[in-house]
Structures are given as C-alpha cells and as structure tokens.
Write a protein that binds this ligand. Structure first.
Ligand code: MEV
Length: 436
C-alpha cells in the first residue's frame, strides 16, 4: 500500500477509488461495494459521514430490545446494540426472571465528574497554596461565561482544589475541578472550563507579587477531563427469598443454585482471570445500552475496569450476599453517561433509543444500564453454574454458521433438529449441509 497526502480532502468516492487501486482485485471489489451500505437518504448519510473523519460508509450492528425490565417500579423495554449472539437473549431472560421476583432496585449514589489542569511548578509549596486560596474564586468566576447555562440547570463547578502530586513526579501539581453536568455527559463542558482556567492560572502566577521570580513560571502541561468517575456512581440490586429462586436443570435445588452462584461470584473476587471474563459479561449488557443511546463506550469501559481494580486487585464488579433465607445480587459501578448533547440527539437511532426509554434523565439511564449489566451477569453466571454456557450459546452460533454457509430454510430446520444433542462446529455443520 502506498502512502498518500491529502486523503482527507478527497471526496468519498475518490477515497474509495484510491483505496481500491491499492488492493488486490478481490479486496478492491469489496471496497468498491462499500457504497451498498450508504443510506438512500443523502441528508441522513451526510450526517453519518460527519460524525467521524475519512468516512467511506456505515458499519451496521444489530439493534435489539430486551423487554420486561422492572426497575424501581417502572417497566422498560431496553434497546441494545450488540453483534454478539446470546447477549440480548440473556438480558431478556434475566429481566423476566427478576420481573417475577420484584424486579431491580437502583439508586444513584453520586453524579460528579472531574477535570484536571496538570501543571509543573517549583518553589515553596506554602506560596502555591496561598496563591491558590487567594485566587480560587477568581478561577471559578473566570469561567462563568461557560458555566452560566449549566448553573441554570442546577449544575456547574461544585469544587475546585489544588492537588500536590510532587511525591509521584517532581514539581507536578493539579487543579482538580469537580463538576455537576446534569443530563449531559459533559466532556466538552469540562474541557472548555479547564482550558480557560489554565490560561488564568498561568497569567495570575506570572503577576503574583509574593512569588519568587522562578515561581512565576507555572507550566501548564495539559488540561483534560478524567474518564475515571468514581463519584458518578450507581447501585443496582435484585433480592428474593432463596426458595423463590425456583428449581433448575438437573434437579438442582434453589439453595444449591444460590450457593453455587455465590461461589462463582466469589471466584471472580479472588481470581483475576475469571474476574475479567465475569466483568466482560456485565459490560456485554452495559455497552450495548451505551451504544444504543449514543454514549461513549470507551470511556465507560476504561472507567469500569479501573473501578474494578480500585483496591489494587482487579475484582468482580458484582457481589452476592447470601443469608440463610435470602439471595441478594448487586452491582455498584461508575457510569458517566448523558441523555442530552453529543450523539444522543444527533444520531437518529440514539434518539429513538432514548424515546423508547421514555427520555430518561442521565441518572435514570445510569440505573437502567446498571440493571442490564446485572441481568446480563445473572444470566451468564446462572448458565455457567447450571447447564453450562454452550447450550444456549450454540443454538445461536449454529444459526450464524448456517447463515455464513447460505443454508436454505429447510436445511436450517433440519440442522436445528440434528444438532439439538450434538457438538456444533463449523466443520460439522458444513459436513451436515453437504448431505442435506
Ligand atoms: C461472553 O460474552 C460472556 C461470558 O463469558 C460472561 C461470563 O463468563 O460470565 C459468558
């Protein structure tokens, strides 16, 4: 492949054609077919093109619904965008299971987000502290033209502090800005505040009359919000008498199930290898709602895993509490999401998702996402400690393989029958299709 300059300036068709000229005929043919995935509606396509850069086409993902989520007394049908089979099915089964047992309870613990001005400064720390205290209100007031609207909505800057990080890195300090961003995710809001405040910080240091000359030289390194949001936290739980858990495959009793389930979750607390997979199951549910509602799944993922290792060990995000009579399954997770601004209103399907959820506030959406994560985790661990994961998984996997091999409807029916008690693999399905 050749290098190119000016790629971003080319039209979409020119980009596609250039890329095709760089590839072997088969790949070039595929690239030339990228316009098959464009929207017919040109205005809509333009909107999609402008979400990102160097856009050639759209990449479709399935948009599904997990119904029957009873959360704090309200029922939701939750939109989920995910390519992995079984995830929506597991969430739906989890929702139905708990619908019959009182549903999900959820509460938002806090909704604060943080941004940091990272800077270097050398001198007598007491001088910097005095400087900060003297100008703290000036720093906050200097950004009132940015925070004014948010304040009208009940948000804005809720705290500003000076953080001494010099024990970790020579001369390194932070201005830590804590914000309430209401229903917005708030990334632009926080970053704008930080960049403006950094200018004021530098200027005020330069003109500070009690700083020694070298103390006036405050070096701002960078300004950026933190995607670690341990103070944007939601808790969700399900609870029922153990005997109400019902009976399970292979005549497993409710008590036996509860104990096996609790041990499975404990394993994810003590073994990192299992914890990552356990939490991946939770994020299967959460990410699918994050995507459906136009939120930032990279931020949610990065934060969730940092949170899972907050004690220095990476652990399960969910917990089981078993007493003699009751089974309680819960999750506490930071979820910094928005329901206004950004993609949430620009992407037509994100808007539809939010409408399906009855246009929730950001805290309501945090509760819904936590419930879906918990349902997903419940479904996965329930399968793992009872029938095993492959039984349910393989049914859908079989369909995927049959689709890949262009099986006819009659072949699909015959294959479902044939493989109901057999191990499914790509080769075994292909061999089956050769003779059916
Ligand atoms: C698969 O995407 C997710 C699971 O592996 C989660 C788990 O093991 O708990 C089934």
């Amino acid at each position: 492949m050749k290098t190119i300059s000016g790629f971003s300036k080319m039209s979409k068709n020119q980009k596609i054609e250039w890329l095709a000229t760089q590839l072997d005929p088969e790949a070039a043919g595929l690239v030339m077919g990228l316009n098959d995935f464009w929207h017919q509606d040109e205005e809509l396509q333009k909107k999609f093109d402008e979400f990102s850069e160097n856009t050639l086409t759209n990449f479709d993902l399935p948009f599904g619904i997990a119904p029957n989520f009873l959360i704090n007394g309200s029922v939701y049908s939750v939109p989920m965008v995910i390519e992995e089979s079984s995830v929506v099915a597991a969430a739906s089964l989890g929702a139905k299971f708990w619908l019959e047992r009182g549903g999900f309870e959820a509460r938002v613990i806090s909704t604060k987000k943080v941004g940091q001005v990272h800077f270097l400064w050398s001198g007598d720390k007491k001088n910097l502290e005095a400087f900060f205290e003297l100008h703290k209100n000036d720093f906050i007031n200097s950004v009132s033209f940015i925070t004014g609207n948010m304040e009208k909505r009940g948000g804005g800057i809720v705290d500003l502090s000076l953080v001494d990080m010099t024990d970790k890195l020579k001369n390194y300090y932070q201005l830590k800005v804590t914000c309430e961003t209401k229903d917005a995710m708030g990334a632009n809001f926080i970053n704008s505040i930080l960049e403006e405040m950094a200018q004021v910080l530098k200027r005020k240091a330069q003109s500070c009359d009690f700083f020694e000359s070298q103390e006036k030289d405050l070096q701002v390194i960078m300004c950026i919000l933190s995607n670690y949001t341990p103070d944007c936290l939601v808790e969700c739980w399900v609870e029922c008498p153990i005997e109400d858990l019902g009976t399970f495959a292979n005549e497993m009793s409710a008590m036996e199930f509860a104990k096996r389930f609790a041990i499975a979750v404990k394993i994810a607390e003590v073994d990192r290898s299992r914890a990552v997979t356990h939490n991946k199951g939770i994020m299967n549910g959460i990410d699918a709602v994050v995507l459906a509602t136009g939120n930032d799944f990279r931020a949610i993922e990065a934060c969730a895993h940092a949170w899972a290792s907050r004690d220095g060990e990476y652990k399960s995000l969910s917990t089981v509490t078993l007493t003699e009579e009751t089974f309680k399954f819960s999750i506490i997770i930071p979820l910094a999401v928005g329901t206004v601004g950004g993609l949430t209103s620009l992407h037509p399907l994100a808007r539809t998702s939010l409408a399906i959820l009855n246009n929730p506030s950001a805290p309501e959406l945090m509760q819904i996402m936590a419930a879906v994560g918990l349902a997903q985790n419940f479904g996965a661990v329930k399968s793992l400690v009872t029938t095993g994961i492959q039984k349910g998984h393989m049914k859908l996997h079989l369909l995927n393989i049959l689709n890949q091999l262009n099986a006819t409807e009659a072949q699909v029916d015959a294959a479902k029958d044939y493989f109901s008690d057999k191990v499914i693999s790509y080769t075994s399905v292909r061999n089956f299709l050769k003779v059916h």
